[in-house]
Design a protein around this ligand. Structure first.
Ligand SMILES: Nc1ncnc2c1ncn2[C@@H]1O[C@H](COP(=O)(O)OP(=O)(O)OP(=O)(O)O)[C@@H](O)[C@H]1O
Ligand SMILES: [Mg+2]
Length: 234
């Protein structure tokens, strides 16, 4: 169980997050949506330990998280706006590097399987500096799955992916969720939100302004209309 309790973040004189609380159980999939600048990515960085909250507490499996820890990075697979990949290295070398960092067992076999899973097997020995955006994103996805995380925090993971890769990513998310991994997804792509997530939070100006379940039969248009109404305060 991952719990965020009354998190507040102030940078300079700006209040970025206000009294933010959230509980995420393993096997749950929750979307975080909201306008640009609402504080979604900041919330993720706080939760994965890349940034310290001004006040509030984060607990993982009942233990309070004090500061940036490798354990936390291992337990939470975080895909951010940056890829955290090395341009001079090949996909295989990048993954082996992170595998060693996280002390992953049977690294080579695991890396080979993941590269197949994300469709980069044929490119595994080419330095990634020449890769397209979508190829980079596929590799970034493989990286976050490497350490068998208990939670996946995906910040706009569908960006730059082609249709095939979008389906592949959604399949990966659903599989991992069935295996008991908790998923948090930030996305502006509501089609993916409705198809992948069971619950949604709307963040606006650093506050959760609405939270509800998503009906698996719910159409895209009703969801969009609901969101528009929530954000405009109608
Ligand atoms: N390091 C920082 N220093 C100052 N302000 C920051 C910093 N990081 C984020 N902010 C501010 O915090 C607010 C929230 O930013 P954040 O990146 O969390 O938004 P977001 O909801 O992820 O937006 P988007 O949908 O555009 O990705 C913005 O006003 C941003 O300018
Ligand atoms: Mg963001």
């Amino acid at each position: 169980m991952l719990e965020l309790k009354n998190i507040t973040k102030v940078i300079g004189d700006k209040l970025i997050l206000r009294n933010f609380s959230l509980t995420l159980a393993r096997g749950e999939s929750v979307a975080v949506i909201g306008p640009n600048g609402a504080g979604k990515s900041t919330f993720f960085k706080l939760a994965v330990g890349l940034m310290q909250p001004t006040s509030g507490e984060i607990h993982l499996n009942q233990a309070q998280i004090k500061k940036k820890s490798l354990l936390l990075q291992k337990k939470i697979g975080y895909l951010g706006h940056e890829s955290f990949l090395y341009n001079a290295l090949t996909p295989r070398e990048n993954l082996v590097f992170y595998g060693k960092l996280y002390k992953v067992k049977n690294i080579e076999e695991k890396v080979a399987n993941l590269l197949k899973e994300v469709g980069l097997h044929y490119f595994k020995d080419i330095p990634i500096r020449s890769f397209s955006r979508g190829m980079m994103q596929r590799l970034a996805i493989a990286r976050v799955l490497l350490a068998d995380p208990e939670y996946l925090f995906l910040d706009e993971p569908h960006t730059g992916l082609d249709q095939e890769a979008v389906s592949l990513l959604n399949r990966l998310i659903e599989e991992r969720q069935r295996e008991g991994i908790g998923i948090l997804l930030i996305s502006h792509d509501f089609e993916q939100v409705v198809s992948v997530c069971e619950r949604v939070l709307v963040l606006n100006k650093g506050r959760i302004i609405e939270e509800r379940q998503i009906d698996s039969e719910e159409g895209l248009m009703p969801f969009k209309n609901w969101y528009e109404a929530v954000v405009s305060g109608k």
